[in-house]
Design a protein around this ligand. Structure first.
Ligand code: 26W
Length: 826
């Protein structure tokens, strides 16, 4: 049992006193933290000052939360993720702590604005897209629900690259986010674990007659902890996000140093520290680089050591308690090596018997799958694995051996089944299948939207669903209403609160009380005024940043997300070109003025995605320069899409583009964010769109295109894009313009690869098949937009009916169905 710790409660020095008022605190931090007088202070100084002021309020609750968990000793959940796309902390922390108003007033009295000060903060962009942002929303919800949860990841020195547009193309620039320091992190130089690589395994006879495996001659890297506080909303709970940074074991390699090779000695150190240098900027297509495998093992090993350190500190070797005290969630397969690492720790270090260790391990882990895309499924070449992690390969072989033995026992003679489910793929040059390791090593596997989980059960993991009935479940994704409504859209938040109170921020199901106001003309007017003000703000920002003038009265038609063929930004471009052609040929009757807004990053090595960005920019150039367009159409590509720009774009969106080929987008979460901010969705029956339609009602969403089943049938029959090309004059015209260099006169061949993918190469994502239905549905959208009052009514119903998509609901489901953890009261 844990011995209660006696420490001074920080509340003895509580900040809630006159002398520690926010005003005094700002004044003090300006001098004692930033070292400035008010006259000389820059906005960055004010940011630092404000961040430290807010931070003080976090720390109190943070250390008390730690104490409280220690005393109560609840079951804890550890969220292992290679990505946490947190964004900015300052205004989020101030709002969650309930001191936003005081901070604003304090800054105002000092001649500063919260907006300008907040804008100095560099985003923590430690993630690529949906998966990383989901992890950040989950942390917010766990803290808000008082769940004893903790995130584990890597403190990348460079996060997601900065996207510049140079000569009409994406150019990647390093994201040196720590350049000005990070007031939100706390280095823990004493929380240090060794992580081993390479070497080999030797066997020793143990005293009890068994054989011990020793992993020897390894290279060791140290993992040092950095902690970031995660404040819940309107609660005392502040949880922890622990990120690992790689440190060389020795400052210098002394041998080289003594041999006079000073630079060589330092080189050694830097190569070790490369482990936490940079986030891999690709999602969906895996690169198979050794450094990526080493990153995965590095953070997993440190995290498992830390978890077991905490467990043994509190429970010694009462290992039967492990599954009662520890739940570990694997965010995709990226940390799946944790299954083998846990076995390594229990068997090799703590000397448990294999069967007992395996039983404990499989009661601790659960795994979330985020994609069905075959190119995103991680596998590692066996020979690389063997070199980097020889002991873990042995362990995986043994896990696989027992697993296949069981399968063979239950399904005798089905050798094809054995081959299909084996953790080792023998057909593609022997590879370790991380998804199979994750499924076999977990008690629960989940997809992230209903359709995605169904597809997991019937396609990707159909064999596992037969072998482990009931193991695969659905937990539909969600988003935190704190950042994605309260923080990013204060106008709408206030309006909603004026009618139904502010309980919806913590309990989004209450937002359904807004539905009757859809019938209230005055409310509709106020609602649209807020949307208009948000659009106006975005217009000004775009003017300031890009020098472009856009019409705030036009419909803001928005597709912002990673650039991917399956997400079909190209289908949107085909629609834009179609509108352009209609305008140029005078077919403008009943046309609604639109501003089509794109934003998103392409993986640096994904040539087609980069070409798509270039096409968007070329089309934008052509359309925006053409006087014949006469205000009916504008195309914008906003560079460097990140969490902060998302916070400005979603509140200003009218139409949310969610147009992936049915069956390809696991869930999507931008769809939820835009609906919550009063945009209507145009989308396919894919991912969470299906559940959004269920909630908002089919009259309040624009659905088009083939269903998953129709996609499968069409591919089965043999899909021929030319049939659609030849049957639709507008489609043919748009594609021909791309092919013939209409948008790239100086280089007519530039977009041949796009034309070819969509025609000769078979149009895998069926853009041509969905084109007519999409264009027709866009006409319906345009027509509705002209009826402002009816549009407002439906937009309000969207806001009122997306309560289900709060990540609080998602996290409650995980807590109950997967983790078995409960809120911890004070
Ligand atoms: C290269 C390794 C790799 C592979 C896949 C990196 C990242 C991935 C992720 C699966 C990409 C991702 O972010 N997936 C998205 O996860 C969201 C949260 O569940 C879903 O809403 C999106 O539909 C899904 O694309």
């Amino acid at each position: 049992m844990a011995t209660p710790r006696k420490t001074a409660s920080p509340r003895q020095f509580s900040l809630n006193s006159e002398e520690h008022s926010i005003d005094n605190s700002l004044a003090n931090h300006l001098i004692y933290t930033s070292g400035r007088h008010a006259e000389a202070a820059t906005t960055r100084d004010w940011y630092e000052t404000t961040a430290h002021t807010v931070r003080d309020h976090l720390i109190e609750r943070w250390v008390e939360t730690v104490e409280n968990y220690y005393d109560k000793d609840p079951k804890r959940v550890y969220y292992l993720s290679l990505e946490f796309l947190i964004g900015r902390m300052l205004s989020n922390a101030a709002l969650n702590l309930g001191i936003d108003g005081q901070v604003r007033e304090g800054l105002h009295a000092l001649g500063q604005t919260m907006e300008a000060v907040s804008d100095m903060e560099t985003d923590a962009a430690l993630g690529n897209g949906g998966l990383g942002r989901l992890a950040a929303c989950f942390l917010d919800s766990m803290a808000t629900l008082d769940l004893p949860g903790m995130g584990y990841g890597i403190r990348y020195e460079y996060g997601m690259f900065n996207q510049h547009i140079e000569n009409g193309q994406q150019v990647e620039h390093p994201d040196n986010w720590l350049r000005y320091g990070n007031p939100w992190e706390f280095q823990r130089p004493e929380r240090l674990y060794p992580v081993k690589f390479y070497g080999h395994v030797v066997e020793f006879p143990a005293q009890d007659g068994s054989v011990e495996q020793h992993w020897v001659d390894c290279e060791t890297v140290m993992a040092m902890a950095y902690d970031m506080p995660v404040p819940g909303y309107n609660t005392e709970t502040v949880n922890n996000l622990r990120l690992w940074s790689a440190k060389a074991t020795r400052e210098f390699n002394l041998d080289s140093f003594n041999a006079g090779d000073y630079v060589g000695a330092v080189e050694d150190k830097t190569s070790t520290e490369n482990l936490s240098k940079v986030l891999y900027p690709n999602d969906t297509s895996v690169m198979g680089r050794e450094l990526r495998l080493r990153q995965q093992y590095f953070f997993v090993s440190a995290s498992i050591q830390d978890i077991l350190h905490r467990f043994t500190h509190e429970h010694d070797s009462s290992w039967e308690l492990l599954p009662e005290k520890v739940a570990i969630q694997l965010n995709d397969t990226h940390p799946a090596i944790a299954v083998a690492e846990m076995m390594h720790a229990l068997v090799d270090v703590y000397r448990l018997k294999w069967d007992r260790a395996w039983s404990l391990t499989t009661r601790v882990f659960a795994y979330t799958n985020h994609t069905l895309m075959p190119e995103a499924l991680e596998t590692w070449p066996v020979d690389m694995f063997e070199r980097v992690l020889p002991r873990h390969l042995d362990i995986i072989y043994k896990i696989n051996h027992y697993f296949l033995h069981d399968v063979n026992h239950r399904f005798p003679g089905d050798t094809e089944l054995l081959k299909r489910v084996s953790i080792i793929d023998e057909d593609h040059g022997r590879r370790v299948r991380m998804a199979h390791l994750a499924v076999v090593g977990s008690h629960t596997v989940n997809g992230v939207a209903a359709i995605h989980s169904d597809l997991l059960k019937t396609t990707l993991f159909a064999d596992f669903n037969r072998i482990f009935p009931g193991k695969i479940i659905n937990v539909t994704n969600g988003i935190t209403p704190r950042r994605w409504l309260n923080q990013c859209n204060p106008g709408l938040t206030e309006l909603i609160a004026s009618r139904i109170g502010s309980g919806f921020i913590k309990d989004l199901s209450q937002i359904e009380k807004l539905a009757p106001f859809a019938e209230d003309a005055r409310f509709r007017k106020e609602f649209m005024q807020i949307k208009q003000a948000n659009k106006q703000r975005l217009v000004e920002r775009i003017h300031h940043r890009l020098g472009m003038r856009i019409d705030p009265e036009s419909m803001f038609d928005v597709q912002v997300k990673r650039i991917h063929e399956y997400k079909r930004q190209l289908l949107n471009v085909l629609h834009v070109i179609t509108l352009y052609n209609r305008i140029r040929s005078g077919k403008t009757e009943g046309m609604t003025p639109r501003t089509v807004i794109f934003a998103g990053k392409a993986a640096p090595g994904y040539r087609m995605a980069k070409l798509i960005i270039r096409l968007i920019l070329d089309v934008a150039g052509m359309v925006n320069r053409d006087p014949a367009i006469n205000g009916l159409l504008k195309v914008i590509f906003l560079p460097n899409y990140d969490v902060s720009s998302a916070e400005r774009i979603f509140p200003a969106s009218d139409l949310s583009e969610q147009i992936s080929t049915a069956g390809t987008e696991a869930s999507g979460t931008g769809n939820m964010k835009m609906a919550l901010n009063g945009a209507l969705t145009i989308g396919t029956l894919d991912g969470a769109n299906i559940e959004i339609r269920e909630e908002v009602g089919e009259d309040n969403i624009f659905i088009f295109g083939l269903t998953t089943q129709q996609v499968a049938e069409l591919r089965m029959r043999g899909y021929n894009p030319w049939e659609y090309y030849n049957a639709n004059a507008e489609l043919k015209q748009a594609l021909d313009m791309i092919a013939e260099g209409y948008f790239s006169v100086e280089e007519p061949e530039r977009y041949k690869p796009i034309y070819e993918t969509l025609t000769w190469n078979g149009d895998y994502y069926l853009l041509l098949a969905d084109y007519a239905s999409y264009v027709k549905t866009q006409e319906d959208v345009g027509a509705l937009y002209r009826d402002k009052d009816e549009w407002a009514r439906r937009a309000i119903l969207n806001v009122a009916r997306v309560g289900k998509f709060s990540s609080d609901r998602t996290i409650r489901e995980y807590a109950q169905k997967v983790w078995g953890v409960e809120p911890v009261a004070r």
